[in-house]
Design a protein around this ligand. Structure first.
Ligand code: ADP
Ligand code: MG
Length: 255
C-alpha cells in the first residue's frame, strides 16, 4: 500500500526581482495512502514543478510537503518517477533497462527476477524483453519505462504526462495496463495529464489546477466503479463527470 502525501500552502517562485516567475501556489492537497490523484491543468500552470517538489528535487519557496508525515527535505529515493520522455538507455535491452533502476539503487536484480517477469507480462512486453529501445514502438518504450519506474515497488509513483506523446489508440491500451498495475499493488500515484477523460478514468481524485500561478482550484473525488473499463466509460455517470470538469476549465477560459 502506498504512502500518504500532504502539501500545505506549498508555493514556488523561480528567480527574484522583476524577472521572478510565480509558478505555483499556495497549494494544499492531501492524498490518502493508495490514492490515484490526477493533476489536470493548462500548459505552464506548474504541474511539473509540483511533481519535482514532491520528489524532493526542487525545494518549495514556502509551505511544507510530507510523505507519511515526514517532511520532504531532499531527493527521495523511495519513489518511482516517470516523465513524458522516458529514461531508457539505448544500449540496454528492455530487461536490462528495468534492471538498471535496481542497480542504481544498490538492489540485486536477481532478487527481483519474478517481479520483472510479472511486470513484463502485465505490460504485454513478453517476447520483447531482449530487444533494445530502438527496436520498439513508442508505446512499447513507454510500457518498458513504466516497468522501469515501478520495479522496486515504490510506495509512491510520480507520473508526469507519461502517455503524452502517444497516439490515441496506444494511449487507450496503456491506460488499461496502468490501471491494472495500480489496482494490484495500490501505490500512491500522482499523475499529470492534459486529458480530462483520462484523468476521470484512472483516478480516485482529480485536481483541477488554475492557470499560473497554479493553485488547486477543485478536488473532485471520482465515484465510479473499478475497473473503469469500456462499459464504465460509456456510462452516463462517466460522461457527466467529464462534463463537470470541462465546465470548470471553461469558466477559466481554458477550454
Ligand atoms: N527552473 C525554472 N526556472 C524558471 N522558471 C521555471 C522553471 N521551471 C519552470 N518554470 C516556469 O514555471 C511555470 C510552470 O512550469 P511547469 O511546472 O513546467 O508547468 P506545467 O508542467 O504545468 O506545464 C512556467 O511558467 C515555467 O516557465
Ligand atoms: Mg509539465
Amino acid at each position: 500500500m502506498g504512502a500518504r502525501l500532504s502539501l500545505r500552502a506549498v508555493a514556488k517562485t523561480f528567480g527574484t526581482g522583476p524577472s521572478a516567475v510565480h509558478a505555483v501556489g499556495p497549494a494544499d492537497l492531501t492524498v490518502p495512502a493508495g490514492g490515484f490523484v490526477s493533476l489536470v491543468g493548462p500548459s505552464g500552470c506548474g504541474k511539473s514543478t509540483l511533481m519535482l517538489m514532491i520528489a524532493g528535487l526542487e525545494p518549495p519557496s514556502a509551505g511544507e510537503i510530507t510523505v507519511n508525515d515526514e517532511p520532504v527535505t531532499g531527493p527521495r529515493t523511495d519513489i518511482g518517477i516517470m516523465f513524458q520522455d522516458n529514461t531508457l538507455v539505448p544500449w540496454r535491452t528492455v530487461r536490462g533497462n528495468i534492471e538498471l533502476n535496481l542497480e542504481l539503487r544498490g538492489l540485486d536484480p536477481r532478487a527481483y527476477a519474478d517481479r520483472i517477469d510479472d511486470l513484463i507480462r502485465k505490460t504485454h512486453l513478453t517476447g520483447f524483453e531482449h530487444r533494445r529501445p530502438y527496436e520498439l514502438s513508442g508505446g512499447m518504450q513507454q510500457r518498458a519505462a513504466f516497468c522501469q519506474a515501478l520495479v522496486h515497488e515504490p510506495q509512491t509513483a510520480l507520473l508526469d504526462e507519461p502517455l503524452g506523446k502517444l497516439d490515441a489508440m496506444t494511449r487507450e491500451l496503456i491506460r488499461g495496463d496502468l490501471q491494472a498495475l495500480w489496482l494490484t499493488s495500490r501505490p500512491t500515484v500522482v499523475f499529470v495529464t492534459h486529458s480530462i477523460e483520462e484523468a476521470v478514468q484512472l483516478s480516485t481524485t482529480v485536481c483541477v489546477i488554475t492557470p499560473r500561478p497554479g493553485r488547486i482550484e477543485r478536488v473532485i473525488d471520482i465515484d465510479l466503479p473499478w475497473p473503469r473499463d469500456r462499459a464504465v466509460k460509456r456510462s452516463r455517470a462517466f460522461g457527466d463527470q467529464v462534463a463537470e470538469i470541462q465546465e470548470i476549465f471553461h469558466a477559466y477560459g481554458v477550454l
